[in-house]
Design a protein around this ligand. Structure first.
Ligand SMILES: [Zn+2]
Length: 594
């Protein structure tokens, strides 16, 4: 009895001694949480783990394994918070390796896009050219949790001087001169590359994007110096005049756009970048030996391919009313399948955004395209959008796989993405840096005007099917300065009044409407105007046979919103035998915003 008591008191003392540091530790450490009740896909491509579990402490994964190991084994924690996720599939947070968030920065729209991305399970993105002033701000705010957004990584652009007249670098350097700013630099053989890379790095960019109009020698100089300064190098697959294989041999980390690899099959390549340049399809196939050489080189060097396949498919679908990408879709699909079969690492990137009324991000469409085209299995598609895309950014030690000491970024899906990659749409919850976002809480944050303005103009001949489609078509007419649209969209009536209240005279009759548009610079067939018309605060009251649209109109350069002309607008739409047409318009003119 006595011995027993002594033993008891000794062990009690031992407990007391051990308890003091443990308590101190508990005060500074967040509790251990163990999630279970799901099948795990860890992002490495390894087979899924059924009945899996993940333990986390704060924003750090402690262990990934089976529920048995984590919760019933000898080292099972005593005081963990155990959370049953109720069935389904867990994948790492997705990474979109190709977005454009700030070509023309618009903070509200970009935040709406980032909010949608996050609620679609995307926890990191790679921006592939834009206004770094805006991108750095988004990257900071996302990193600090001040906005609900994926982590933002971005590029600083390098291209030859001719490329700087393209509207994209112009927009992304608004207020300054494209080519002269650190995030969009014009590179010539005389450029001090050490200095240029240092300037690019100072923008908080992760990588250099080599876009166009740089020689093979130039690509090699930039790549070597960027790597020396610890930056990634991301290039167009055809930099022009540098060929794909020359870019790859220079050691660039990632090449974008599968279709442009076609140039490798051409004896002659363009010497200057031209958006509409097109190789001679039909003179080669995806099986041509020249591509074997390309893929062998890529595999040997670990060069990653960012195919952007869905954007080609999308362009083909819209080909009736939008310019094509100059890509042969069938060829591109076969080429990506070959690249994957040859062991080239693939990173999934979208390069476009879905319309604002789409609840899911464009990355889903890229993954669906990669699978349905036969290029990748669902498992390989998930790898391409997790560890593959993370590697493209150069953050594979942090993102893309679920393992010990990584941040808590994962996604719970109700249905199996291995059965059907479209089951990404069954997303239930998203954890980003240990903060849990519920899909049921997702509401579009896009403004109604974005929904109207961002949809492509409907192909109209004689009226539109709905008031909404007519409004789209009318904006499309302004986008293209298309005089033919007057015939198609307005009721052809001599009594029609089109009255701009403050500044314009009373415009009566269809001939006057046509003349009014011609005076504004509209031409038959249309051209791309420098300024654009857009609407905000749009409401459509639909009465069946007629509809009334109320909105604020803006006209000018969207980069410089405050200087745009603006005012209230009322549009009356009438249902005719050939669909809805405009029967009256009233424009008010306000002074520009100050
Ligand atoms: Zn792009």
């Amino acid at each position: 009895m006595h011995i027993f008591l002594r033993r008891l008191s000794v062990s009690f003392a031992a407990v007391l001694l051990a308890a003091a540091p443990a308590a101190a530790q508990r005060a500074t450490q967040p509790p251990l949480e163990v999630f279970h009740g799901f099948t795990l896909i860890d992002g490495t491509g390894r087979p899924p783990i059924a009945d899996a579990a993940i333990s986390v402490r704060g924003n750090s994964i402690v262990t990934v394994g089976s529920r048995r190991e984590l919760l019933s084994g000898p080292s099972a924690p005593r005081n963990a918070i155990v959370i049953n996720l109720g069935g389904g599939w867990v994948i790492p947070g997705l990474v979109d390796a190709h977005v454009h968030l700030s070509t023309t920065p618009d903070r509200a729209t970009t935040e709406a896009e980032l909010f949608r991305l996050l609620h679609g399970g995307v926890t990191a993105v790679r921006d592939m050219a834009g206004d770094a002033r805006a991108l750095a701000s988004l990257a900071r705010d996302s990193r600090l949790g001040e906005i609900d957004a994926p982590d933002v990584y971005f590029s600083a652009v390098m291209a030859g001087p001719p490329f700087m007249s393209d509207p994209r670098p112009q927009a992304a350097s608004a207020g300054e001169t494209a080519g002269d700013v650190p995030w969009i630099q014009a590179i010539t053989p005389e450029t001090d590359i050490v200095q240029a890379v240092a300037r690019a790095k100072g923008t908080y960019a992760t990588g250099i994007k080599i876009m166009a109009d740089i020689s093979a020698e130039g690509v090699a100089r930039i790549t070597e110096e960027a790597h020396r300064q610890g930056m990634q190098v991301w290039a167009h697959s055809m930099v022009v005049p540098a060929r794909p294989i020359q870019g790859i041999r220079s050691g660039v980390d990632v090449i974008s756009h599968a279709c442009d690899l076609a140039w490798e099959a051409m004896a002659e390549v363009p010497q200057r970048y031209d958006h509409d340049m097109r190789p001679r399809y039909g003179s080669f196939t995806a099986d041509s030996p020249v591509f074997t050489e390309v893929f062998t080189e890529m595999r040997a060097r670990g060069t990653i391919l960012d195919p952007t396949l869905a954007t080609y498919a999308r362009a083909e679908r819209q080909a009736s009313d939008a310019p094509t990408t100059g890509c042969d879709l069938g060829f591109a699909r076969e080429l990506v399948a070959r690249a994957a079969a040859e062991g080239v690492r693939i990173a999934a990137g979208s390069d476009f955004a879905t319309p604002p009324d789409d609840p899911f991000p464009a990355l889903y469409l890229e993954l669906e395209e990669l699978v349905t085209s036969g290029a990748l299995s669902p498992m390989d598609a998930i790898v391409a959008a997790t560890s593959g895309a993370a590697e493209a950014i150069g953050v594979q030690d942090t993102y893309g796989t679920l393992a010990h000491a990584r941040p808590v970024n994962f996604v719970l899906l109700r249905e199996s993405p291995l059965e059907d990659i479209a089951n990404l749409r069954s997303v239930v919850s998203v954890w980003k840096n240990a903060v849990r976002y519920e899909r049921t809480a997702y509401r579009s944050r896009f403004q109604p005007s974005d929904a109207v303005a961002a949809r492509p103009a409907a192909a109209v001949s004689g009226g539109a099917a709905t008031p909404n489609a007519l409004l789209d078509a009318w904006i499309g007419m302004w986008r293209r300065y298309d005089l033919d649209g007057v015939e198609e969209l307005f009721v052809a009536d001599d009594a029609l009044t089109y009255f701009a209240s403050d500044r314009e005279r009373l415009i009566e009759g269809i001939d006057a409407v046509r003349a009014y548009h011609a005076d504004l610079g509209f031409v038959p067939g249309g051209f791309a105007p420098e300024n654009e018309l857009w609407l905000e605060h749009v409401t459509i009251a639909d009465f069946g046979e007629s509809a009334v649209v109320g909105a604020m109109w803006y006209f000018g350069n969207r980069v410089n919103r405050q200087a745009a002309a603006r005012g209230p607008m009322t549009m009356v739409l009438t249902s005719t035998s050939s669909g809805f047409k405009i029967s009256h318009l009233n424009f008010g003119n306000y002074a520009p915003e100050r």
